[in-house]
Design a protein around this ligand. Structure first.
Ligand SMILES: Cc1cc2nc3c(=O)[nH]c(=O)nc-3n(C[C@H](O)[C@H](O)[C@H](O)COP(=O)(O)OP(=O)(O)OC[C@H]3O[C@@H](n4cnc5c(N)ncnc54)[C@H](O)[C@@H]3O)c2cc1C
Length: 398
């Protein structure tokens, strides 16, 4: 009989972590290293599914430029303490210890050279080395607190002194995402801020879908402005709307009926270009073809302006074309929702959580880490870094 099982009674552990992917496994390993007995419970069939598919299978696991400014939260300062105590360098030290090769793709974004499987295996080894027990396909049927936490599951009841909630948020329900963490927070008297899909493609209104169908598959370097933020990067026309890094970033700030503005030629002074070509007999679509894929310039001219030689446009027409290209205004009809959102903006209100330990201020021993909290990173490795950093913070105390 296990020493932790009293007769046929519940399994007793120092720490139970619910959710065994990014934040859950790091926190479990940290607690185990402190000599705590740790049990991780997850209802998923396979471990680490989100890490495995992240970054297109190579996992953009951190970003060298991590600062608090890369996160959205009702309290933008909340994440700073944990980020300061677990930096990208700390994550790299872990990768190097396990000989997982990584590379910098762009602007500080670090990816696995081979596959995110290596990173998932690394987390597994860290947990095994710290004596962490992991139970998969384990449905949680109830949680209550008496002297300790009593977690009822479809595999029996477990008791612990500390309970860590690492169940992520609503994005990608196919991979096990659920609102469990939010519901549990509410049950224990904590507030949850408004939730919405983030880092998610936009949908065109039906009428625009028809208009832009011909552009599907085209990717352009652009700048997207939304709610006072501006993101530079690629945008991608899809059959339903717009995607691509700059669009995903803007989506995290988007609220219903907000206009987004897209600068389709962010590095070009179009006024100067038109002035220099003022007497030219070159057609507009040919001139724009210097900067855009041909299919785009032809379709765009077909949709918005009749292409003719530059010297045949009036100054007013050229100013209008300039404005249309530098400030294309669009009101998305919505987003592709949680099924396609990399993350969920909003979460457990950080007002009720200690930024040092991630412990609930009103319930001793109850911790929330990772995406379940109201801390949402920009695209580029910031969300996984938050998972590691918040897990590390809680792992020092849980
Ligand atoms: C397609 C995609 C690609 C991404 N790529 C990147 C990237 O490259 N870089 C980056 O920084 N971020 C990326 N992200 C975001 C990142 O994966 C998440 O922010 C991060 O995994 C959150 O970690 P977490 O530990 O909080 O939760 P998760 O990793 O979501 O883990 C939560 C776990 O809790 C379990 N769980 C949920 N509910 C229950 C329940 N009721 N009972 C038991 N278990 C439960 C789930 O099965 C899951 O295993 C990506 C996300 C997606 C969807």
């Amino acid at each position: 009989m296990s020493p932790d099982r009293q007769h046929d009674g519940p399994v007793k552990r120092g720490v139970i972590v619910i959710g065994g992917v990014a934040s859950g496994l790091v926190c479990a390993a940290e607690c185990g290293k402190r000599g705590r007995s740790v049990l991780v419970l997850d209802h998923a069939k396979r471990p680490c599914s989100k890490v495995l598919i992240s970054g297109g299978g190579r996992c953009n696991f951190t970003n060298l430029n991590v600062t608090g400014d890369h996160y959205l939260s009702a309290n933008p300062h909340f994440c700073r303490s944990a980020l300061a105590r677990f930096t990208p360098r700390d994550m790299l030290a872990l990768m190097e210890k396990h000989k997982v090769a990584y590379y910098e793709k762009e602007a500080g974004q670090l990816f696995c050279v081979k596959s995110s499987r290596e990173l998932a295996a690394m987390l597994g080894r860290e947990c095994a080395g710290a004596g962490v027990e992991i139970k998969l396909e384990c449905g949680i049927t109830g949680v209550r607190k008496e002297a300790g936490f009593i977690v009822a599951t479809d595999q029996g009841t477990c008791i612990s002194d500390s309970l860590v909630i690492a169940t992520g948020s609503l994005s990608y329900p196919d991979l096990g995402a659920s609102g469990f963490g939010h519901a549990l927070a509410r049950k224990f008297g904590l507030a949850v801020t408004e939730l919405r899909p983030a880092l998610v493609p936009f949908l065109f209104a039906k009428h625009d879908q028809k208009i832009f169908r011909g552009l599907a598959g085209i990717s352009l370097d652009a700048a997207v402005a939304c709610a006072g933020r501006r993101f530079r990067g690629n945008i991608l026309f899809t059959h339903q709307g717009l995607s691509g890094p700059a669009i995903l970033q803007a989506s995290s700030y988007w609220e219903k009926e907000t206009t987004i503005r897209i600068d389709l030629l962010p590095d070009r002074d179009l006024a100067a270009l038109f002035a220099s070509e003022r007497r030219s007999k070159m057609e507009l679509r040919t001139l724009l073809g210097r900067y855009f894929p041909r299919r785009f310039s032809e379709t765009w001219c077909g949709l918005f302006v009749q292409s003719k030689p530059i010297n045949q446009y009036s100054d007013k027409e050229l100013r209008l074309i300039e404005e249309m290209l530098h400030s294309w205004e669009l009101v998305p009809n919505g987003t592709e929702g949680y099924n396609r959102a990399e993350v969920t903006a909003g979460g457990v209100d950080t007002k009720g959580i200690s930024s040092k330990t991630m412990e609930a201020k009103n319930v001793a021993g109850l911790y929330f880490i990772g995406e379940v909290l109201d801390v949402t990173g920009h695209l580029g490795g910031y969300n996984l870094h938050w998972a590691w950093a918040s897990a590390h913070a809680a792992g020092e105390y849980a």
